[in-house]
Design a protein around this ligand. Structure first.
Ligand code: CTP
Length: 400
């Protein structure tokens, strides 16, 4: 769970997106966070405190003058117990007040009285969002180190289309998790490959490798969360691009090679996660081949370039990280691959341990030897890998 043990204070203001805050609260709890909710009066016109009480398992603050709070200072205690204060949705009016230090109700008061970081997820009509007054307030809040999550573009409750929608609850949870990640790759550029490649035989057939792309996408997200500028060159996968990551879609190994090579030296890290097809058909038929024309065809194969090895062989290569998915003799094959490709770090895993699923078991191979990681979710492992890469960037000979 990505927010295990984190204490999140969730403030809900009165916009139509308040109904989504209930799902947000549920997802935060599901990720392991302990959540305390405070609502503005207007928020209670959209959702009831009972909903948040049931979802968070905690009493909900709704009143600045709550006599049930021992010292009568709920507005001060509320965020003191939290590691982050998240306001979602945050209306234009709320943002304006916070930007100007106004504290005239429960939520604005506890926001002013906080001693933890503040994240806000704006939600409003597109005109309200683009209004210079709102933009001025957002600039002020950004200057005050407030994290602005979104907003997204799209269809709005009022029927208009534009920027101002609240991010989806799952995206907000992702951003809250990112907030807690150390920014160890801040200012670093990271290039990576992910997914399978597809090598055409004819216009409708081809050779490919099994790869969901999930591991690569989790690594892209973990690198982004650590502050890196991430470019992801990926084969055909049905996964949404992590926000903020530059994605380049390719089909074949040759296309992947052509996209990676000119970019490689401009990056400090290269991670080859893709399951690149080692071979491609020597000839691609222009038309669909017919079985009547050739009852037992033979496909001649040509070897594809090894992208990872080619990047590692550049005169000034980035820090190169490779993967080896094996069905047996993991330690032997993985270390052989690492040496053959001349890369400092390689992640080995046994295919039968979680291929296509959400968890994996990894062994890291480097100059120090091998280091087994506890089985964990792909995102957790991705964060560990990014931490190891950050250490190697800071000190190339750091022991594990
Ligand atoms: N790789 C690459 N380009 C290729 C093949 C592999 O960049 N043409 C990268 C993969 O992204 C991965 C690592 O190299 O990081 C895998 O190494 P490789 O030896 O190619 O693995 P397999 O294809 O599984 O090799 P083998 O069939 O020998 O096991």
């Amino acid at each position: 769970m990505d927010l295990e043990g984190k204490r999140v204070a969730l403030g809900v203001t009165g916009g139509i997106a308040a109904y989504k805050a209930a799902e947000l609260c549920r997802l935060l709890v599901k990720q392991g966070a302990s959540v305390r909710v405070a609502m503005s009066e207007a928020a209670m016109r959209f959702v009831t405190p009972t909903t948040f009480q049931a979802l968070s398992g905690n009493p909900v603050f709704t009143d600045r003058w709550d006599a049930g709070v021992a010292n009568g200072m709920a507005h001060i205690d509320f965020s003191r117990e939290a590691e982050v204060l998240l306001i979602a949705p945050a209306t234009a009016d709320f943002l304006a007040k916070v930007a100007n230090g106004i504290a005239d109700d429960l939520l604005t008061t506890l926001t002013l009285a906080r001693d933890c970081p503040l994240l806000v997820a704006p939600a409003m009509n597109r005109q309200m969002w683009s209004n210079p007054a709102t933009q001025r307030n957002i600039a002020t809040l950004t200057g005050d180190a407030v994290g602005i999550l979104g907003p997204a573009s799209g269809e709005q409750a009022c029927g208009e289309i534009g920027e101002g929608r609240m991010l989806e609850p799952a995206e907000i949870v992702e951003d809250v998790a990112a907030h807690f990640q150390p920014k160890r790759l801040k200012g670093r550029k990271l290039l990576m490959t992910a997914g399978p490649t597809f090598e055409a035989i004819d216009p409708v057939r081809g050779i490919t490798n099994l790869s969901s792309g999930k591991m690569g996408f989790a690594i892209a997200r973990a690198a982004r969360d650590a502050g890196a500028e991430v470019t992801l060159v990926c084969g055909p996968v049905a996964l949404p691009t992590p926000r903020g990551v530059t994605r380049i879609d390719i089909t074949s190994a040759l296309e992947m090679h052509a996209q990676v090579m000119p970019r490689a030296t401009a990056h400090e890290v290269f991670i080859g996660v893709a399951a690149v097809a080692d071979y491609r058909p020597s000839k691609v038929s222009e038309h669909k081949t017919k079985k009547d024309d050739n009852p037992s065809p033979v496909i001649e194969l040509a070897q594809n370039p090894d992208i990872l090895a080619d990047v590692a062989a550049l005169p000034q290569p980035p820090l190169c990280v490779g993967f080896a998915a094996e069905t047996r003799n993991l330690a032997e094959y993985a270390e052989k691959k690492r040496r053959a490709k001349k890369i400092p770090l390689l992640v080995g895993n046994l295919i039968q341990d979680g291929f296509g699923g959400d968890t994996n078991t990894w062994i890291l191979f480097d100059d120090d030897g091998q280091h087994a990681l506890e089985p964990a979710s792909k995102l957790t492992l991705a964060r560990r890998l990014i931490a190891r890469i950050a250490t190697l960037l800071e000190n190339p000979h750091a022991p594990h």
